[in-house]
Design a protein around this ligand. Structure first.
Ligand SMILES: NC(=O)c1ccc[n+]([C@@H]2O[C@H](COP(=O)([O-])OP(=O)(O)OC[C@H]3O[C@@H](n4cnc5c(N)ncnc54)[C@H](OP(=O)(O)O)[C@@H]3O)[C@@H](O)[C@H]2O)c1
Length: 218
């Protein structure tokens, strides 16, 4: 059974896809940018299936999702980070953060569970962020979305427990990805020592993916 990775066309999702693909895991890679997604898929030995599209569209109407096989795992890495000073926060920025970072994973997981596409014993990892606990100026929308995701993950973990499906939400600090590089470019750097201490996507992928690898060696 495959592991579904969303946000597999970039950053942490792509690094996790490479890490799991190189040890022979069966994967389905999801992303919007087809050429970047295909480049990740083609770099892997097992030619994973790809799922190109906007998760927001599928979250609105999950019946439009292309057919999926039963899944052994889900790594939800898709996410956005748009900064805005609180005094200029617009409904658009706030709602987009909540929609992509929280509503889409919750609505689509609800669907995958209901349709039994999540096999019994599936491991679901929703990528949260340390910003949910502590974030600097400009991060109100992003922090709210990741806080909501972390709280919901705990509830899903309880509700899905009868089928031994676990839902966790790790909360990494700064990682050197296109998302972070975009913030550095826009704001001329990051606050504090984030740039000096940030992990590479490969370092984080090793930690996150170990959960899936431990499970398959049980
Ligand atoms: N970078 C960090 O410092 C950091 C720290 C903690 C947590 N995180 C979290 O880790 C996750 C990955 O972040 P990253 O740094 O790897 O970011 P990234 O390089 O910008 O990648 C984000 C991914 O999300 C996908 N995505 C965004 N909106 C989407 C949508 N509406 N539908 C489908 N896919 C969508 C993008 O797809 P396309 O590129 O194909 O459009 C891309 O593959 C995010 O949830 C982020 O919040 C990041």
């Amino acid at each position: 059974m495959p592991i579904l990775i969303t946000g597999a066309s970039s950053g942490i999702g792509a690094a996790c896809a490479r890490h799991l693909g190189q040890v022979g895991k069966d994967l389905i890679l999801a992303g919007r940018d087809e050429s970047r997604l295909q480049a990740v898929a083609k770099s892997l030995p097992n030619q994973p299936q790809t799922l190109v599209g906007d998760l927001l569209t599928w979250a609105e109407d999950p019946d439009t999702l292309p057919p999926l096989p039963e899944l052994e795992g889900v790594l939800w890495s898709a996410g956005i980070c748009e900064l805005s000073p609180a005094q200029r926060l617009s409904p658009k920025v706030l709602r987009r953060a909540l929609a992509v970072n929280c509503e889409a994973p919750l609505l689509l997981l609800s669907y995958l569970y209901r349709k039994k596409i999540l096999a019994d014993g599936t491991q679901v990892i929703l990528l949260g962020s340390s910003s949910a606990r502590e974030a600097g100026p400009g991060f109100a929308a992003y922090a709210a979305s990741k806080g909501a995701l972390a709280s919901s993950a705990k509830v899903l973990n309880q509700e899905f427990a009868p089928r031994q499906i676990s839902v966790t939400c790790p909360e990494p600090g700064t990682v050197d990805t296109p998302m972070t590089q975009n913030l550095i470019k826009l704001f001329g750097g990051l606050q504090g020592d984030h740039e000096q201490t940030m992990l590479s996507p490969e370092q984080l992928a090793r930690e996150i993916c170990q959960t899936f690898l431990d499970k398959s060696s049980e």
